[in-house]
Design a protein around this ligand. Structure first.
Ligand SMILES: NC(=O)c1ccc[n+]([C@@H]2O[C@H](COP(=O)([O-])OP(=O)(O)OC[C@H]3O[C@@H](n4cnc5c(N)ncnc54)[C@H](OP(=O)(O)O)[C@@H]3O)[C@@H](O)[C@H]2O)c1
Length: 327
């Protein structure tokens, strides 16, 4: 498994992080704890050392399961946990809250649920412009000084918001969405992070399963699964994205002898991204981890992919539907 050192820290983490939003159940149609723990163990067995979670994923459930899985596995000192703060919930309605008092309470709740005494990478989950970014940043810096967190991150921030944050704290990691279909960071965030020595740890490598190679037009989503409302999963767009996925898979098989899923993750890693987060909730979903290392996406493939996207997707759409309201 390839690893990378997070700038400004001594953390040397796997370039693939396991995402545990679905493991929390909420917005993914429920969770199965045993399968979730087995998934985390399967990822660790295959060399993943970084697990990404958040309090809001199942309103504490994902963090609790991650804590339990790591406790059972042992070797906490070789595993890195990233979690987040700055989202509040009431009756399953989520809104942003980056007030320092809120973050100071959240970190204690997360440490308890995760059964640990330090969070390795701590993110502000979504920007909350009602609170000066410097105020939130100062609190994050003080958590680091107190030894409660090891690296500071922000998620879903734009460069201007990161500039304001960096007036008051060092910023080690940025977590935006990025995958073959969701390319918004290429408009500036990617270059900003490179210029300012901030590691990019991007989420949604499989575009919520569209790039898994297993998605079909007749897939039914149960319960509160967010894909029922995801604009990419509504026809006729859904069919266009599936067509694009099929053509990219054919190209990857012809060029590299690889199926779609490892190609989608490899593509993220070869686009100047330090860490790709890949979400899963069943242990067998981790099998393709064996097919990511030892090869590279080249420029010819990148150009061919861009042509496929232009030819197949009539009205591309981003992941904006996931953004929680400010209040
Ligand atoms: N910071 C943020 O605001 C933010 C936002 C979103 C996500 N994230 C983080 O990023 C992680 C990843 O993003 P994501 O969960 O949205 O999605 P993702 O990695 O793009 O897709 C994950 C989904 O793909 C399917 N999948 C995974 N492996 C598979 C396999 N081997 N075969 C077939 N299907 C497979 C699974 O869906 P099924 O099980 O339903 O088939 C899985 O839940 C999250 O878990 C979370 O940690 C962060």
């Amino acid at each position: 498994m390839e690893t990378v050192k997070i700038p400004g820290t001594d953390l040397d983490v796997s370039r693939i992080a396991l995402g545990t939003w679905a493991i929390g159940g909420w917005m993914w149609g429920g969770t199965d704890e045993k399968a979730a723990i087995d998934t985390i163990h399967a990822a660790l067995d295959k060399g993943v050392t970084l697990i990404d979670t958040a309090p809001v994923y199942g309103f504490g459930r994902s963090e609790e399961i991650v804590g339990k899985a790591i406790k059972q596995y042992g070797q906490r000192d070789k595993i890195f946990i990233s979690t987040k703060a700055g989202l509040e919930w009431k009756d399953e309605k989520v809104f942003r809250n980056s007030h320092p008092e809120r973050i100071a309470k959240e970190v204690e709740d997360s440490l308890r649920r995760l059964q640990t005494d330090v969070v390795d990478v701590y993110f502000i989950h979504w920007p909350h412009p009602a609170v000066p970014f410097e105020e939130t940043a100062r609190l994050m810096e003080s958590l680091k000084d107190q030894g409660k967190i090891r690296a500071i991150g922000v998620s879903n921030y734009d460069p201007e918001q990161m500039d304001a944050f960096r007036n008051a704290a060092g910023l080690n990691v940025c977590q935006p969405p990025y995958n073959l279909f969701e390319r918004q960071i290429e408009g500036g965030i990617s270059a900003y992070c490179r210029r300012n020595h901030i590691a990019l740890m991007t989420y949604g490598a499989l575009c919520r399963g569209l790039l898994s190679g297993k998605m079909t037009a007749d897939r039914e989503f149960g319960g509160d699964d967010l894909r029922k409302n995801d604009p990419k999963f509504q026809q006729p767009r859904f069919g266009q994205y599936l067509k694009a996925a099929e053509r990219i898979e054919q190209l990857a098989r012809d060029r590299f002898g690889k199926p779609l899923l490892p190609t989608a993750v490899r593509w993220v890693l070869d686009m100047n991204v330090e860490i790709a987060i890949w979400g899963g909730r069943r242990p067998e979903q981790m099998a393709p981890l064996d097919e990511i290392d030892g090869w590279r996406i080249d420029d010819a493939f990148k150009h061919a992919v861009d042509e496929i996207l232009q030819e197949t997707i009539e009205a591309p759409v981003g992941p904006e539907f996931m953004a929680p309201p400010e209040r």
